[in-house]
Design a binder for this molecule. Structure first.
Ligand code: ZN
Ligand code: ZN
Length: 419
């Protein structure tokens, strides 16, 4: 075979797609009870949107973005994440004029040129919510509770919710200064990336995966010791709301967000069963993003999670129930006249919402009933020469083997019989 799927991507085949769909519909239901509505944005956007939102020097923009130019030499990018497009759309469509608070959710593929590994792909499927227009700490707790409810409905119980506060821009200034003081004496032992970033982005050093840098990070000052009074109060309130809403959590001061527009609450959902790629969702408040991409200042909070790791979590926890679809009725036609007469009946039953399977290449009773059995059909609808002549049809329950003959015009009664 000449053609192969691109590295880092995957097909969702019928043996998994039903489960995929179940994840989607469960998420729709949970989003709905919290009052979040769906937003669908394009898969590609102007590259500049992500350069502005993620920062030109970020790994996303420098190494991971799929960029292309169109025929008019305009630069576009396949979206590497979902928040910037939502913010772009919110501003462009003046959603702030319609309501003070806007609650949105999205779902769809994102793209990053990354090293593929278990649970990490170049095209990955994300879901997420954005609450735009309020800085109230209740909403920080609400989005965390929404994700917690979603996981609970899926039956995932051993998930750890970790929260932190990264403060506001003022808090960050003090913290950055403390980090520079801490790291500067050790700079020679650190990697070139960290050496380059200590002046401009000292918080990035906490995120570095190089062993020597990581070891130094253990004793680095904590962000929580550098919160000013309002940010401290905000964090306390978020924790209170989570307690009241019965969402279990632990505080992890090491959660840092690589991007500057994040403020206050940051959180992650961790599944330890997954090994190195153990984060199944993450998010936080991003009160600085709207200004950064050129809008007015609007507070917002959200999270994003990946379906791939969710699916891995469900498989590991042995939570798969349900399966692929099987027919309600298998249509058995014997002879040319019956073959012609059965098609209008099939159309009526399908119109009533029943899954009717029909395979005209099988012509004998034996082969058709065998196929019905193989597909685990609940009923067989049998039409032979006698039935055509008397305008009747035989409905056979394939579990109890009970057979009932109906006038073929009584489709309502036939449908009712098979409910
Ligand atoms: Zn602050
Ligand atoms: Zn480093």
């Amino acid at each position: 075979m000449k053609y192969k799927i691109p590295r880092g991507t995957f097909d969702i085949l019928p043996d998994k797609s039903w489960l995929w769909q179940q994840l989607e519909s469960t998420f729709f239901e949970v989003a709905k009870v919290y009052g979040y509505e769906r937003i669908v944005t394009p898969i590609f956007e102007m590259s500049e949107l992500f350069e502005r939102s993620s920062g030109e020097s970020s790994d996303i923009v420098q190494k991971e973005m799929y960029r292309f130019t169109d025929r008019k030499d305009r630069s576009f990018a396949l979206r590497p994440e979902g928040t910037a497009p939502v913010v772009r759309s919110y501003v462009e469509n003046h959603l702030d004029m319609q309501a003070k608070i806007t609650k949105l959710y999205y779902m769809g593929p994102m793209f990053r040129y990354d090293r593929p590994q278990a649970g990490r792909y170049r095209q990955f499927y994300q879901y997420g919510v954005e609450l735009i227009g309020s800085n109230h700490p209740y909403y920080d707790a609400e989005v965390i509770a929404l994700q917690w409810d979603f996981l609970s409905r899926l039956g995932l119980q051993d998930i750890r919710v970790e929260i932190n506060s990264v403060g506001c821009a003022d808090c960050a200034k003090d913290y950055d200064a403390a980090l520079r003081t801490y790291y500067t004496p050790h700079l020679d032992a650190m990697c070139p990336d960290c050496q380059a970033r200590i002046e401009t982005k000292p918080r990035r050093l906490l995120d570095c995966k190089v062993p020597a840098c990581k070891a130094l990070g253990k004793d680095a000052p904590s962000q929580l010791d550098f919160l000013d009074e309002p940010c401290h109060e905000h964090f306390d309130q978020v924790k209170n709301y989570l307690d009241v809403m019965k969402v279990p959590f632990v505080v992890n001061p090491k959660i840092v967000r690589g991007l500057d527009y994040y403020t206050n609450t940051a959180f992650e959902f961790i599944n330890d069963q997954l090994g190195a790629q153990n984060s199944i969702a993450g998010g936080g408040r991003y009160n600085g993003l709207f200004e950064q991409i050129g809008g007015k200042s609007i507070p917002a909070i959200g999270f994003a999670g990946g379906f791939e790791r969710l699916l891995l979590s469900i498989e590991k926890a042995d939570l798969i129930s349900g399966g692929r679809i099987s027919p309600d009725v298998y249509a058995v036609a014997l002879g040319d006249d019956a073959q012609a007469a059965i098609l209008p009946l099939i159309a009526t039953l399908r119109g009533a919402g029943l899954y009717v399977e029909y395979e005209p290449e099988k012509t004998t009773m034996k082969s058709q009933l065998k196929a019905a059995d193989g597909k685990s059909s609940r009923f067989a609808m049998i039409l032979g020469e006698d039935e055509v002549a008397t305008k009747t049809v035989v409905i056979k329950n394939l579990l109890t083997k009970e057979q009932v003959t109906f006038p073929s015009s009584d489709t309502d009664i036939i449908v009712e019989h098979m409910q």
